[in-house]
Design a protein. Structure first.
Length: 451
């Protein structure tokens, strides 16, 4: 987000993202005052209302005009407050009156059930904020209606504190349809457009649809239209090699050479990474199975482009956490089983889960399939119970200091060039301390290689 209504701070860029790999989830706020060339974390949006953690779908917005007691230039952050067992969802609103340096809870827009995208569950997701006149509108995805697997709704407030009734903007007559992820903008002609993904569309996949209206509170009566380019291209979720989706292209020259690292998992996308990218951002990575699961596919892409392994930075990331003893380690591993079960069972679409596929290629095909089956059937505890200690430890840097050191050696020996740490800790100081210990281990291991 670029500030436009904040006086001397206009032009400042702010960014946030989901951060829930360890500790209580927060939305970290980063600031850039040099057009994005460098970034500094200035604050975090923390869950001061429930204490669960701000886990999913952060959205930042700057008020262009006053709403209630909030002046123009007030920053708003909306997101999903969800406990660690994913048992409930709550769309909460936070505000900052000092350009993002500090945040305070304002109100709760909507509450829902389990953070589970399966039809029949009742969560709320994906808030999007916009001001119209003196009113603040929140558009979001809603699974609470028994007549719709998911629909897009809105609520309106004149002060940011209290919210009006739920109104449908995109709701079909077919229960299994799942329109979601709404985005709204004002067009140059004064009309408004909303775009959304549409699982269940005749075009297949998560086809992109749009509606237009002269009133941002009247999308419900507008007709949804599938987005289609003049060359016939119809975007459907992520562009895939050989698929119908097409990538976006910049219409302006880049100011600097930009290193392109791709986070890919499927064999075809890994091959494309080897062919065109400067680096690979690995995840779900088991070094003992990495050759067949990842490196062979990357190597084919390198060969296709006449490149060598030295042309590709293998940048592997994982959570790092230090346990003082075996009891602490057991507790750490137990706390991460459900998170891994969610990746294996709840991510992706109804037919494709790249995380599940990656684990399957690395020796856990049967258990990964059963975890997904149980998760999709609603047996979350049963799915988590199938996740073994080995599965958690194989793809993380969790353990005693000696265990983490040895795991980093294994990473080095299989060909990891750059390490991406997600440090555990309940506070910023704790996470920084964990990060410092991990960096010291990397330096020690680099010193071993140099000797």
């Amino acid at each position: 987000m670029r500030l436009q209504y904040s006086g001397s701070s206009d032009g400042t860029l702010l960014a946030t993202f989901e951060q829930y790999s360890s500790g209580t989830p927060v939305f970290p706020i980063y600031r850039s005052t040099d057009k994005g060339n460098s970034w500094t974390q200035i604050s975090s949006v923390t869950d001061t209302h429930n204490g669960f953690g701000m886990r999913y779908q952060p959205f930042l917005y700057e008020l262009p005009t006053a709403v209630g007691d909030f002046p123009a230039g007030t920053l708003l952050a909306a997101g999903n407050s969800i406990p660690s067992d994913l048992s409930s969802t709550e769309l909460d609103l936070y505000a900052s009156t000092d350009h993002g340096a500090s945040w305070s809870y304002v109100s709760t827009v909507a509450t829902g059930g389990k953070a589970d995208p399966t039809n029949g569950q009742t969560p709320v997701w994906e808030p999007f904020l916009m001001v119209s006149g003196s009113k603040l509108i929140v558009y979001y995805s809603d699974q609470r209606d028994p007549n719709n697997g998911q629909k897009i709704v809105r609520q309106v407030s004149t002060d940011g504190l209290t919210w009006g009734s739920v109104v449908n903007d995109v709701a079909t007559s077919t229960y299994n349809d799942r329109p979601g992820m709404p985005v709204v903008a004002k067009l140059p002609n004064g009309n408004y457009v909303t775009t959304y993904e549409f699982w269940g569309a005749p075009e297949g996949g998560f086809a992109v649809y749009y509606k237009t209206s002269s009133d941002p509170e009247a999308f419900g009566s507008a007709t949804g239209i599938a987005l289609k380019a003049t060359d016939g291209t119809q975007p459907k979720s992520s562009p895939l090699p050989g698929g119908e989706g097409k990538p976006m292209r910049l219409s302006m020259r880049a100011e600097h050479d930009i290193s392109v690292h791709l986070a890919t998992l499927s064999p075809k996308m890994l091959r494309l990474t080897g062919e065109i990218a400067d680096g690979w951002l690995g995840t779900s990575f088991v070094p003992e199975g990495a050759k067949e699961a990842y490196f062979d596919h990357l190597g084919r892409g390198l060969a296709d482009a006449g490149r060598t392994r030295a042309d590709l930075d293998i940048c592997q990331g994982a959570e790092v956490a230090f346990a003082d003893d075996e009891n602490a380690l057991r507790a750490m591993v137990a706390g991460r089983r459900k998170e891994l079960a969610f990746s294996l069972g709840g991510m992706g679409s109804a037919t494709t889960n790249f995380y599940n596929n990656a684990y399957s290629r690395q020796g856990w095909a049967e258990v990964a399939a059963e975890v997904r089956t149980r998760w999709q059937a609603g047996d979350r505890d049963g799915a988590a119970g199938l996740v073994t200690d080995e599965m958690v430890l194989a793809t993380t840097l969790i353990g005693t200091e000696d265990m983490v050191r040895e795991r980093l050696r294994v990473w080095r020996d299989v060909g990891v060039d750059t390490v991406r740490f997600y440090p555990a800790g309940e506070s910023l100081d704790a996470r920084l301390a964990t990060l410092g210990r991990a960096i010291d281990l990397v330096r020690d291991i680099e010193g071993e290689a140099a000797r």
